[in-house]
Design a protein around this ligand. Structure first.
Ligand SMILES: Cc1cc2nc3c(=O)[nH]c(=O)nc-3n(C[C@H](O)[C@H](O)[C@H](O)COP(=O)(O)O)c2cc1C
Length: 218
Protein backbone atom coordinates (compact mmCIF):
# COMPACT_ATOMS: atom_id res chain seq x y z
CA UNK A 1 0.00 0.00 0.00
CA UNK A 2 1.49 3.39 -0.99
CA UNK A 3 2.23 5.86 1.77
CA UNK A 4 0.64 9.25 1.12
CA UNK A 5 2.10 12.25 2.94
CA UNK A 6 0.01 15.38 3.21
CA UNK A 7 2.18 18.48 3.21
CA UNK A 8 1.42 22.18 3.42
CA UNK A 9 3.78 25.05 2.70
CA UNK A 10 3.35 28.07 4.95
CA UNK A 11 5.13 31.38 4.49
CA UNK A 12 3.93 33.07 7.68
CA UNK A 13 2.54 32.25 11.10
CA UNK A 14 -1.02 33.04 10.12
CA UNK A 15 -4.34 31.34 9.45
CA UNK A 16 -2.72 29.16 6.76
CA UNK A 17 -0.51 27.49 9.39
CA UNK A 18 -3.40 26.65 11.70
CA UNK A 19 -5.55 25.52 8.74
CA UNK A 20 -2.74 23.15 7.72
CA UNK A 21 -2.77 21.58 11.19
CA UNK A 22 -6.57 21.34 11.24
CA UNK A 23 -6.48 19.66 7.82
CA UNK A 24 -4.13 17.02 9.26
CA UNK A 25 -0.92 17.90 7.44
CA UNK A 26 1.80 15.30 8.10
CA UNK A 27 4.49 17.77 7.06
CA UNK A 28 4.54 21.54 7.40
CA UNK A 29 7.03 23.32 5.16
CA UNK A 30 8.09 26.67 6.57
CA UNK A 31 9.30 28.72 3.63
CA UNK A 32 11.09 32.04 3.88
CA UNK A 33 11.06 34.83 1.32
CA UNK A 34 14.54 33.91 0.07
CA UNK A 35 12.84 31.13 -1.90
CA UNK A 36 12.41 31.06 -5.64
CA UNK A 37 8.82 31.33 -6.80
CA UNK A 38 5.75 32.41 -4.86
CA UNK A 39 6.07 33.53 -1.30
CA UNK A 40 5.56 36.28 1.21
CA UNK A 41 7.90 38.33 3.43
CA UNK A 42 9.26 36.31 6.38
CA UNK A 43 12.88 35.16 6.38
CA UNK A 44 13.72 31.47 6.77
CA UNK A 45 16.04 32.18 9.73
CA UNK A 46 13.20 33.30 12.03
CA UNK A 47 10.19 31.60 10.46
CA UNK A 48 11.53 28.06 10.90
CA UNK A 49 12.27 28.18 14.67
CA UNK A 50 9.03 30.08 15.32
CA UNK A 51 7.07 27.33 13.59
CA UNK A 52 9.22 24.63 15.24
CA UNK A 53 8.20 26.02 18.65
CA UNK A 54 4.53 26.19 17.66
CA UNK A 55 4.57 22.61 16.35
CA UNK A 56 6.27 21.38 19.53
CA UNK A 57 3.35 22.86 21.49
CA UNK A 58 0.40 22.29 19.14
CA UNK A 59 1.23 19.22 17.07
CA UNK A 60 4.51 17.47 17.99
CA UNK A 61 3.89 14.56 15.61
CA UNK A 62 3.87 16.89 12.57
CA UNK A 63 7.17 16.95 10.69
CA UNK A 64 8.75 20.28 9.83
CA UNK A 65 10.71 21.05 6.67
CA UNK A 66 12.61 24.30 6.25
CA UNK A 67 12.61 25.94 2.83
CA UNK A 68 13.90 29.09 1.20
CA UNK A 69 17.55 29.68 0.44
CA UNK A 70 18.77 26.15 1.21
CA UNK A 71 21.17 24.99 -1.49
CA UNK A 72 24.08 23.27 0.22
CA UNK A 73 25.11 21.35 3.33
CA UNK A 74 25.48 24.53 5.38
CA UNK A 75 21.83 25.35 4.73
CA UNK A 76 20.73 21.81 5.55
CA UNK A 77 22.74 21.81 8.81
CA UNK A 78 21.36 25.24 9.72
CA UNK A 79 17.80 24.08 9.05
CA UNK A 80 18.28 21.10 11.37
CA UNK A 81 19.78 23.39 14.01
CA UNK A 82 16.72 25.67 13.72
CA UNK A 83 14.46 22.76 14.59
CA UNK A 84 13.51 21.35 11.17
CA UNK A 85 13.33 17.61 10.46
CA UNK A 86 14.33 18.12 6.84
CA UNK A 87 14.39 20.61 3.99
CA UNK A 88 12.56 21.37 0.77
CA UNK A 89 14.84 22.61 -1.98
CA UNK A 90 13.81 24.25 -5.26
CA UNK A 91 16.42 26.56 -6.77
CA UNK A 92 19.33 24.12 -6.33
CA UNK A 93 17.39 21.49 -8.33
CA UNK A 94 16.44 24.05 -10.97
CA UNK A 95 20.20 23.97 -11.59
CA UNK A 96 20.26 20.18 -12.00
CA UNK A 97 21.04 18.39 -15.26
CA UNK A 98 17.64 16.71 -15.12
CA UNK A 99 15.73 20.01 -14.96
CA UNK A 100 13.97 20.88 -18.22
CA UNK A 101 15.46 24.37 -18.40
CA UNK A 102 16.57 26.18 -21.57
CA UNK A 103 20.42 26.18 -21.66
CA UNK A 104 20.44 29.97 -22.02
CA UNK A 105 18.33 30.29 -18.87
CA UNK A 106 20.67 27.95 -17.01
CA UNK A 107 23.64 30.08 -18.08
CA UNK A 108 21.88 33.27 -16.90
CA UNK A 109 20.99 31.69 -13.56
CA UNK A 110 24.50 30.42 -12.90
CA UNK A 111 25.87 33.91 -13.60
CA UNK A 112 23.42 35.53 -11.16
CA UNK A 113 23.84 36.17 -7.43
CA UNK A 114 21.20 36.37 -4.71
CA UNK A 115 21.20 40.16 -5.16
CA UNK A 116 20.16 39.72 -8.78
CA UNK A 117 16.76 38.38 -7.67
CA UNK A 118 13.68 40.29 -6.56
CA UNK A 119 10.16 39.60 -5.42
CA UNK A 120 7.68 40.96 -7.95
CA UNK A 121 4.19 40.60 -9.33
CA UNK A 122 5.05 41.20 -12.97
CA UNK A 123 5.30 37.52 -13.90
CA UNK A 124 1.91 36.74 -12.37
CA UNK A 125 0.40 39.60 -14.38
CA UNK A 126 1.72 38.37 -17.73
CA UNK A 127 1.14 34.69 -16.88
CA UNK A 128 -2.39 35.63 -15.75
CA UNK A 129 -1.97 33.91 -12.38
CA UNK A 130 -4.50 35.20 -9.86
CA UNK A 131 -2.61 34.69 -6.58
CA UNK A 132 -3.82 36.38 -3.36
CA UNK A 133 -2.53 39.94 -2.96
CA UNK A 134 0.11 39.16 -0.30
CA UNK A 135 1.98 36.72 -2.57
CA UNK A 136 4.57 37.70 -5.12
CA UNK A 137 7.26 35.73 -6.95
CA UNK A 138 11.04 35.73 -6.65
CA UNK A 139 12.69 35.80 -10.07
CA UNK A 140 15.93 37.11 -11.54
CA UNK A 141 15.97 40.83 -12.34
CA UNK A 142 16.13 41.56 -16.06
CA UNK A 143 15.14 44.19 -18.62
CA UNK A 144 11.48 43.15 -18.26
CA UNK A 145 11.43 43.68 -14.48
CA UNK A 146 13.37 46.96 -14.91
CA UNK A 147 10.63 48.13 -17.28
CA UNK A 148 7.58 46.94 -15.33
CA UNK A 149 8.31 46.28 -11.63
CA UNK A 150 6.58 49.14 -9.77
CA UNK A 151 4.43 49.95 -12.81
CA UNK A 152 2.04 47.02 -12.47
CA UNK A 153 -1.05 49.17 -13.24
CA UNK A 154 0.42 50.24 -16.56
CA UNK A 155 1.48 46.66 -17.33
CA UNK A 156 -2.14 45.55 -16.85
CA UNK A 157 -3.22 47.96 -19.59
CA UNK A 158 -0.70 46.38 -22.00
CA UNK A 159 -1.06 42.81 -20.78
CA UNK A 160 -1.94 41.11 -24.09
CA UNK A 161 1.10 42.42 -25.99
CA UNK A 162 3.47 41.94 -23.06
CA UNK A 163 2.22 38.40 -22.43
CA UNK A 164 2.98 37.54 -26.07
CA UNK A 165 6.47 39.06 -25.78
CA UNK A 166 7.07 37.25 -22.46
CA UNK A 167 5.89 33.88 -23.82
CA UNK A 168 8.09 34.22 -26.91
CA UNK A 169 11.06 34.95 -24.63
CA UNK A 170 10.29 31.83 -22.56
CA UNK A 171 10.33 29.69 -25.73
CA UNK A 172 13.61 31.23 -26.88
CA UNK A 173 15.29 31.13 -23.46
CA UNK A 174 15.69 34.90 -23.55
CA UNK A 175 16.56 35.70 -19.94
CA UNK A 176 16.35 39.45 -20.56
CA UNK A 177 12.55 39.16 -20.82
CA UNK A 178 11.45 35.71 -19.58
CA UNK A 179 10.98 35.31 -15.84
CA UNK A 180 13.77 33.11 -14.51
CA UNK A 181 12.14 31.70 -11.38
CA UNK A 182 14.85 31.19 -8.76
CA UNK A 183 15.72 32.28 -5.25
CA UNK A 184 18.56 33.98 -3.44
CA UNK A 185 20.31 30.60 -3.36
CA UNK A 186 21.47 31.33 -6.93
CA UNK A 187 24.45 33.02 -5.31
CA UNK A 188 25.50 29.63 -3.91
CA UNK A 189 25.30 27.74 -7.21
CA UNK A 190 28.18 27.58 -9.66
CA UNK A 191 27.50 24.48 -11.73
CA UNK A 192 24.73 22.46 -13.32
CA UNK A 193 25.05 18.95 -11.84
CA UNK A 194 23.12 15.67 -11.67
CA UNK A 195 20.44 15.78 -8.96
CA UNK A 196 21.91 12.74 -7.16
CA UNK A 197 25.28 14.51 -6.89
CA UNK A 198 23.59 17.60 -5.45
CA UNK A 199 21.82 15.51 -2.80
CA UNK A 200 24.85 13.45 -1.78
CA UNK A 201 27.13 16.50 -1.52
CA UNK A 202 24.51 18.41 0.47
CA UNK A 203 24.14 15.56 2.95
CA UNK A 204 27.90 14.94 3.27
CA UNK A 205 28.59 18.66 3.78
CA UNK A 206 25.85 18.89 6.41
CA UNK A 207 27.35 15.95 8.32
CA UNK A 208 30.78 17.66 8.25
CA UNK A 209 29.30 20.97 9.40
CA UNK A 210 27.37 19.33 12.24
CA UNK A 211 30.43 17.31 13.36
CA UNK A 212 32.69 20.37 13.41
CA UNK A 213 30.03 22.40 15.22
CA UNK A 214 29.70 19.64 17.81
CA UNK A 215 33.50 19.75 18.32
CA UNK A 216 33.25 23.51 19.00
CA UNK A 217 30.73 22.81 21.76
CA UNK A 218 33.03 20.42 23.65
C1 LIG B 1 11.95 27.11 -11.15
C2 LIG B 1 11.01 26.99 -9.99
C3 LIG B 1 9.69 26.70 -10.21
C4 LIG B 1 8.80 26.58 -9.14
N1 LIG B 1 7.48 26.29 -9.39
C5 LIG B 1 6.64 26.11 -8.35
C6 LIG B 1 5.29 25.76 -8.59
O1 LIG B 1 4.84 25.63 -9.73
N2 LIG B 1 4.46 25.59 -7.52
C7 LIG B 1 4.93 25.74 -6.24
O2 LIG B 1 4.16 25.55 -5.29
N3 LIG B 1 6.22 26.09 -5.98
C8 LIG B 1 7.07 26.27 -7.01
N4 LIG B 1 8.37 26.62 -6.77
C9 LIG B 1 8.82 26.80 -5.37
C10 LIG B 1 9.50 25.53 -4.87
O3 LIG B 1 8.57 24.47 -4.83
C11 LIG B 1 10.08 25.73 -3.46
O4 LIG B 1 9.02 26.07 -2.59
C12 LIG B 1 11.15 26.81 -3.42
O5 LIG B 1 11.90 26.81 -4.61
C13 LIG B 1 12.07 26.58 -2.22
O6 LIG B 1 13.00 27.62 -2.06
P1 LIG B 1 14.45 27.67 -2.78
O7 LIG B 1 14.15 28.04 -4.19
O8 LIG B 1 15.18 28.73 -2.05
O9 LIG B 1 15.07 26.32 -2.65
C14 LIG B 1 9.27 26.75 -7.82
C15 LIG B 1 10.62 27.04 -7.60
C16 LIG B 1 11.49 27.17 -8.65
C17 LIG B 1 12.93 27.50 -8.38
Amino acid sequence: MPVVWRSATVCAVDQSFFEALEAGADIVIAQGAEAGGHGVRRATMTLVPEIADLLARESPETLLCASGGIADGRGLAAALALGADGVMVGTRFWAAEEALVHPKMHAAGIAATGDDTLRTKVTDIVRQKDWPERFDTRIVRNAFTAQWHGKEGELLTQRAAETARFNAAVSEGDATVAGLVAGEALGLIETIEPAAQIVSRMVNEAVDVLKSTARMAR
